[in-house]
Unconditional design. Structure first.
Ligand SMILES: Nc1ncnc2c1ncn2[C@@H]1O[C@H](COP(=O)(O)OP(=O)(O)O)[C@@H](O)[C@H]1O
Ligand SMILES: [Mg+2]
Lengths: 357, 317
């Protein structure tokens, strides 16, 4: 039998990266948080805020209308399809109650002087809308002609739905979470288990140790982003207007940025409770401020410059611009600079403060 | 090993000061290539601090450490050279629970330039049956054997073990001892800490007895025990106060410890010939009208050496 050649030595970095990938995949909770959770959020929020066809005006007409213009109007209303108006016949008293509760939008009745009276709440958009729709129906029924011909264009521009807004936000949230928890929490856990100390007695270098975390993150980054983009396309028909490679490139930068934060969070503590506190203190405010679920435009103008400095805002804005506006590299350069700045700052500071054992 | 080769470990004036304690007090310690040196001492003696300074994990407050002639911290390449030669088992390490035994050993193997095949190590530490089991599912003894396999995987010349059998059952303890002995039989050098004198007596060529950051005695177990000038130890309690002078006058008695509380004496005698000393002790207590309680005799051990130097037992805390 021929001699078998001596087994080639496996690379320390490669073996450590592989070990980290295995550990990650063997943690069921992680699979939930990384894949199932954002998908569930997308379905729940995407469905709740789906753009529904507008409700037809709910119009109340008293049962005791017998003659006059109002009676004519009510006859006209009754001939309409139920998807144009929802008609409600009841006594005047009952209709007044319903209007107050918001169960109907407008009441059509006869005024003492023979004209038609519309009762509605001018504070409510539905009330004002219904008054206009009902008046239009009645006036046309009584013979009014349009002065100009009009054409209705109801196609929304692409990328204007809520789900189009939400999906890039979920991707960014996921990237931030998996970098901070995967790297920050993972490092502190290894320190608290004294495994970092054990590694420190071996020839494994600090660079290899750090790189193994970052590299294993990047493997999952690709899977996570592909999953969410694919999920959005299949379930909600979300299309990436801009370049897909650019989207992945920005996601990569985002992960590196938040890895910087993770290293900083993990630099000195050996308590997993403490690092969890740091990570929560970092992520929760940014979820709210950076416009993950709703646009930060709703915050007062004065806060916008600060909000835009947050790394998650920069990542959200860049991903949204690529997804919904087809933005290119130049258009999102300010956001990329913000991300890179944060990433470099936190990473260098984190490595400087890092306790390696 | 010939005399020209540098010692496995040479510490000079090694000290570690923590804010409220001088954990290691300027000790000189040498581990000769090929020997097993046990550092024996109670909890808090400074054993872990000493070993972790030697392993390069704890920065000494003073002193110098060289391993096989490489001084820690002199250059990056010296440090890396030391790490290639060093196999370490810390007092406490929790390996990743979701990796298997084999994956854990192969992970550590990948860190070293030379490594022993994983199958060979699995056989050595008797974990072949568990090679694909998750680390989280192992018993305490199995985890400790895995830690030993990871310490041995880089073909180290020096194996540092910090309390390798603390908390283990007698059978697991014997298994660990056999693995350590096998390493020694291959020519390896071992530095071991323990607070079990049986462990030091069985494994060590030389024993350093440590207390309060000092090495208070260092020699082969036989010489240390012989230094007591006694073959046996006699211990008892009596319900009278006995004079030290009377006890010292008993035949073949060497060292006498006699502590008196509330009219009772706790007595501990080192004797060369128990056949002469014991009847004489009984006669003395009878003559004083004292009643004897809890009479114990045993062959002198390393623990007695510790008691001789410190007046305390190894596990008295
Ligand atoms: N990181 C530390 N900070 C402060 N004091 C410490 C630290 N590590 C050990 N000590 C103290 O140093 C002394 C020696 O501890 P150690 O070396 O762990 O003893 P042993 O291993 O012999 O039980 C003890 O008094 C311990 O409390
Ligand atoms: Mg200790």
């Amino acid at each position: 039998m021929a001699d078998t050649p001596p087994a080639r030595r496996k690379s320390a970095l490669g073996t450590l990266i592989l070990a980290r990938i295995r550990m990650f995949l063997r943690e069921p909770a992680v699979i939930f948080w990384v894949f199932a959770f954002p998908a569930i959020l997308a379905v729940a929020l995407g469905t709740a805020f789906r753009d529904r066809p507008p409700e037809p005006p709910r119009v109340g007409v008293p049962t005791d209308l017998t003659n006059g213009v109002a009676a004519l109007a009510s006859q006209r209303l009754q001939t309409l399809d139920s998807d144009r108006v929802t008609l409600e016949r009841a006594t005047r008293q009952e209709l007044a109650d319903k209007l107050r509760k918001g169960a109907i939008d407008v009441i059509v009745e006869d005024a003492p002087d023979g004209s038609i009276a519309y009762h509605f709440d001018p504070q409510r958009a539905e009330g004002r809308m219904s008054r206009l729709v009902v008046d239009d129906v009645i006036q046309r029924g009584l013979g009014r002609q349009d002065a100009a011909s009009v054409r209705e264009v109801t196609e929304l521009p692409k990328g204007a739905r809520y789900i189009d807004f939400l999906l890039p936000g979920l991707i960014a949230m996921n990237l931030m979470g998996s970098a901070l928890w995967g790297v920050g929490y993972g490092m502190v856990q290894e320190r608290s288990k004294k495994l970092m100390r054990r590694f420190a007695t071996t020839p494994l270098t600090r660079t290899q140790f750090l790189t193994s975390y970052i590299a294993s993150r990047l493997v999952f980054l690709a899977v996570e982003v592909a999953f969410l983009v694919g999920f959005g396309a299949l379930v909600f028909d979300v299309t990436i207007q801009g370049s897909l490679p650019l989207l992945f490139g920005v996601a990569l930068l985002g992960v590196l940025t938040f890895t910087g934060f993770a290293v900083l969070c993990a630099a000195r503590t050996s308590s997993v409770e403490v690092v969890s506190g740091f990570i929560n203190a970092l992520t929760l405010p940014m979820w709210l401020l950076s416009g993950t679920f709703f646009s930060y435009e709703r915050f007062p103008e004065a806060f916008h410059p600060i909000i835009k400095l947050l790394p998650l805002t920069a990542l959200n804005d860049a991903l949204r611009a690529i997804t919904n506006e087809g933005a290119g590299l130049v258009a999102i350069a300010p956001q990329l600079a913000t991300l890179a700045g944060w990433g470099l700052l936190t990473f260098l500071l984190g490595v400087r403060l890092f306790r390696w054992r | 090993m010939n005399d020209a080769s540098p010692p496995a470990v040479a510490c000079r004036k090694l000290a570690k000061k923590y804010p409220d304690v001088l954990a290691v007090d300027h000790i000189d310690l040498e581990v000769r290539a090929g020997e097993c040196l046990a550092v024996l001492g109670p909890n808090g003696a400074g054993k872990t601090t000493t070993v972790e300074m030697i392993e390069g994990l704890t920065e000494p407050s003073a002193g110098e450490i060289a391993l096989f002639g490489h001084v820690w911290g002199r250059s990056r390449s010296d440090d890396q050279a030391i790490r290639e030669l060093l196999g370490v088992q810390l007092q406490e390490t929790h390996f990743q629970e979701r990796l298997t035994v084999l994956e854990t050993i192969e992970l550590f193997a990948s860190f070293y330039r030379r490594s022993r095949p994983a199958v060979e190590l699995l056989a050595l530490v008797a974990l072949e049956q568990k090679r694909d089991a998750k680390v989280g599912k192992l018993s305490g003894g199995q985890k400790q054997r895995l830690a030993l396999a990871c310490a041995l995987v880089g073909e180290p010349r020096l194996l540092c073990l910090d309390e390798p059998t603390t908390g283990l059952d007698p059978q697991s303890r014997r298994q660990i001892w056999e693995i350590v002995e096998a390493f020694k039989a291959r020519g390896g050098t071992i530095l071991l800490t323990t607070h079990y004198m049986e462990e030091a007596a069985r494994l060590a060529d030389r024993v350093a007895i440590m207390d309060h950051g000092h090495i208070i005695a260092l020699d082969t177990p036989d010489v240390l025990i012989a230094s007591l000038g006694a073959e046996d130890i006699v211990a008892c309690e009596v319900d009278r106060v006995l004079d030290d002078a009377d006890l010292r006058a008993l035949p073949t008695v060497g060292e006498v410890m006699n502590t008196t509380t509330e009219g009772r004496s706790r007595i501990r005698l080192s004797v060369r010939d128990i056949g002469q000393a014991l009847p004489a002790l009984l006669a003395l207590t009878a003559a004083r009208g004292a009643r004897l309680d809890g009479l114990v005799t045993h062959r002198a051990t390393l623990e007695d050496v510790f008691v001789h130097h410190t007046g305390r037992g190894l596990r008295d805390g």
